[in-house]
Design a protein around this ligand. Structure first.
Ligand code: HEC
Length: 118
């Protein structure tokens, strides 16, 4: 079990590293810890869509009823416009399932345990 857990951690560390690289496609508009053209991403996992204070979302996003989980992020990042019709996020999506998973691994660790988010 220990060996397995170690392997799993090594895998996800690698995913986070790759995800950080892929996140450079987002940093034209987003930053983990402050609002820019897009809302900050710290604490995204488990948060309701449209939930960052002091960020002016579209009605489409605020009223979407989405809670951000790996599954909903996977859907949204594949196709933002189809997932939230009317969103102002001007990004066509990431076609590669593997890259989306790596990006989600990166986004998932943007929480209070991450120095960036404190
Ligand atoms: C061209 C600018 C732009 C780019 C590039 C962009 N975003 Fe966004 N993003 C936005 C805007 C603007 C919003 C708010 C949309 C709305 O209110 O409809 C948003 C919203 C989001 C949300 C919903 C956040 C919340 O608090 O509910 C997520 C998740 C997100 N973006 C992830 C990403 C990721 C990951 C990338 C990179 C793959 C990315 N975005 C690239 C502009 C961008």
């Amino acid at each position: 079990m220990c060996a397995l857990a170690t392997v799993t951690n090594a895998d996800s560390d690698m995913d986070v590293r790759e995800g950080k690289r892929i996140y450079t496609q987002c940093t034209g508009c987003h930053s983990p810890d402050y609002n820019r053209t897009g809302p900050k991403h710290c604490g995204i996992l488990g948060r309701a869509a449209g939930g960052v204070k002091n960020f002016e979302y579209t009605k489409a996003m605020s009223n979407s009823g989405i809670i951000w989980t790996s599954a909903t992020l996977n859907q949204f990042l594949l196709s933002p416009f189809n997932t939230v019709p009317g969103t102002s996020m001007g990004f066509s999506g990431i076609a590669s399932e593997r890259e989306r998973q790596q990006l989600i691994a990166y986004l998932s660790q943007l929480d209070e345990r991450n120095a960036l988010c404190n």
